[in-house]
Design a protein. Structure first.
Length: 536
């Protein structure tokens, strides 16, 4: 059985990595027509790269400011509203950035309620341009993605030694100095990991930048593939985007490797009760990101939904989204249980571990690149199967949902694997030995011993993949079967047609379908953190 699991792991790893390898190979193969690639390289490529990098830089500043500050205040202090804000600060993750872009565009554009109100107060006021496409995209993405930094920074701050804080106070460090000189350096690996997640989502974003008209590598890929019909140019742009993602992945790994801090005596932290102006300032500092990132967009969507009729295809798209999200999350969980080494199995070899590491890189690859890589692979298979058999194959049309779910697995399997592996790390290897001594084989040991202990981690894996698949837009746009829509695509299409109010229905459905899993996940994380505190 051990040999079978290892073989299965290698095969599954190869299947999930093949599209990325095929994409890189395809980018360097010769083609008959270089004209579109040469045109884009000489006229647009610099703009694509600069806009992508500038957007990543601005979002880094925004997510770090919002995420670190709110995490520090929530972890270190007590103030009015803290209990509710602790959860509300997670909720912006339930609203895809492109939906937030629709909401703020509808609120702030020339015919929106904000400018209409200003014109009533100031007659003759001309229409205002609030921000450039770059600034608008960066602001929306920062509000949508800062919870990645908040969650991991909060975990990093919560695990720090309470005695170190007491020592810093005795040495006369101010509260601000404690944050920048002690807490933040100790939490740097966690903050860096959260920032990496936010940056991966930023460079992969299509809906937000496309809606605001900001030319980036993702919009260039769609323009080359669907506008010009040039797969070669799209592949080369995708490889550039893949290179940026890989560079971020490597830099994050280096930062974490060079920042290791071991605290053998964690100690119970003592949160400080704030009063007066400081309490009000702390409440406002945490309430503003929650308001702009979740409460205001949700309230606006709800108001629009109550004033418009439900789109006819709403029920169908909801069913399609739940089907895809449920199927992908279950398959990702099953693959994690099959591929990850359980304590009752013999330790895997170096080749097996290397394969798992390569498969994990899929999460570092933007959804647009995953979709292009799968299209390239499937088209290559169609061509060679037709040459070998003499029959015409259409795997894209025949594969349908299977190919789309495959793309989700390539993209999000690492999320499920990380959650399951974190649970496995808390199971003592001795339990596997005890199960073996009682006559249980590897399968029964996993079923009767390890799975009950992994219930929380398994639920977290399901919820994370489920929520991410619901929001995924670029891969679904490129790979969906004909006349098959999801909530994300439905909202995107309605907003692009200028029917922003009608787009509130599918947008609200995405939020409601994601907020419950996310709050359950946050509760699990909070429970784990409290269970690790002394005396718990």
């Amino acid at each position: 059985m051990q040999a079978g699991v290892n073989v299965l792991g290698r095969v599954a790893g190869l299947v999930l990595v093949i599209p990325i390898l095929a994409l890189v190979v395809k980018a360097f193969l010769p083609t008959a027509d270089y004209s579109i690639w040469l045109h884009i390289r000489s006229t647009l490529l610099t703009e694509y790269l600069l806009n992508t990098l500038q957007l990543a830089l601005l979002v880094s500043c925004g997510t770090l400011t919002l995420g670190v500050l709110s995490a520090w205040l929530i972890t270190r202090y007590r103030f009015p509203g803290r209990a509710a804000l602790k959860w509300l600060l997670i909720c912006p993750l339930t609203i895809p950035a492109y939906i937030m872009a629709y909401v703020y565009s509808g609120l702030l554009d020339a015919v929106g309620p904000v400018q209409q109100g200003l014109r009533q107060l100031l007659p003759g006021l001309p229409p205002l341009a609030w921000a450039s496409p770059l600034q608008a995209s960066a602001a929306v993405l920062s509000l949508a993605l800062f919870p990645y930094v908040y969650l991991l920074a909060r975990a990093g701050f919560a695990q720090q030694s309470g005695r170190m804080q007491e020592a810093a106070c005795m040495l006369g460090c101010s509260r601000l100095a404690q944050l920048f000189r002690m807490a933040l350096p100790l939490a740097r690996p966690a903050v860096t990991a959260g920032l990496l997640l936010a940056l991966m989502e930023t460079i992969a974003d299509y809906g937000t930048v496309q809606y605001f008209g900001l030319p980036t590598l993702t919009t260039g890929i769609f323009r080359a593939w669907q506008g010009f019909g040039d797969g070669f140019t799209a592949v080369r742009l995708a490889v550039l985007l893949l290179g940026i993602a890989a560079l971020l992945f490597v830099l994050e790994g280096l930062a974490r490797r060079q920042a290791r801090y071991y605290q053998h005596d964690i100690g119970q932290q003592r949160s400080i009760q704030l009063h007066g102006v400081r309490a009000v300032a702390a409440t406002l500092s945490c309430a503003l990101p929650a308001l702009l990132g979740f409460l205001l967009p949700c309230g606006t969507l709800l108001m629009w939904a109550l004033t418009t009729t439900r789109p006819e295809a709403m029920i169908v798209t909801l069913g399609n989204s739940l089907l895809l999200a449920g199927s992908a999350s279950v398959l990702a969980l099953v693959l994690s249980l099959l591929l990850l080494p359980m304590p009752s199995r013999r330790p895997p070899g170096t080749g097996y571990r290397t394969g798992l590491m390569l498969v994990r890189l899929g999460y570092a690859v933007p959804g647009t690149v995953v979709a292009i890589s799968i299209l390239v692979t499937v088209l290559w298979l169609e061509q060679h199967l037709s040459q070998v058999t003499g029959h015409t194959f259409s795997l894209l049309l025949g594969g349908g949902l299977a190919i789309l779910i495959y793309a989700y697995l390539v993209r999000f399997w690492a999320l499920a694997a990380g959650a399951v592996e974190s649970g496995l790390s808390g199971i003592a290897p001795a339990l596997g030995e005890v199960a073996h001594s009682l006559g249980l084989g590897p399968y029964n040991a996993v079923r009767r011993v390890h799975l009950p202990l992994l219930r929380g981690s398994l639920l977290a894996a399901l919820l994370m993949v489920f929520a991410e698949v619901l929001k995924e837009l670029p891969a679904t746009l490129l790979l969906r079967p004909f006349n098959f829509n999801t909530l994300a695509i439905h909202a995107h299409d309605l907003a692009n047609e200028g029917r922003i109010a009608e787009a509130s229905w599918p947008a609200l459905a995405i939020v409601l379908s994601s907020v419950i899993p996310l709050l359950v996940l946050g509760s699990l994380i909070d429970h784990v953190q409290h269970s690790k505190q002394p005396g718990s």
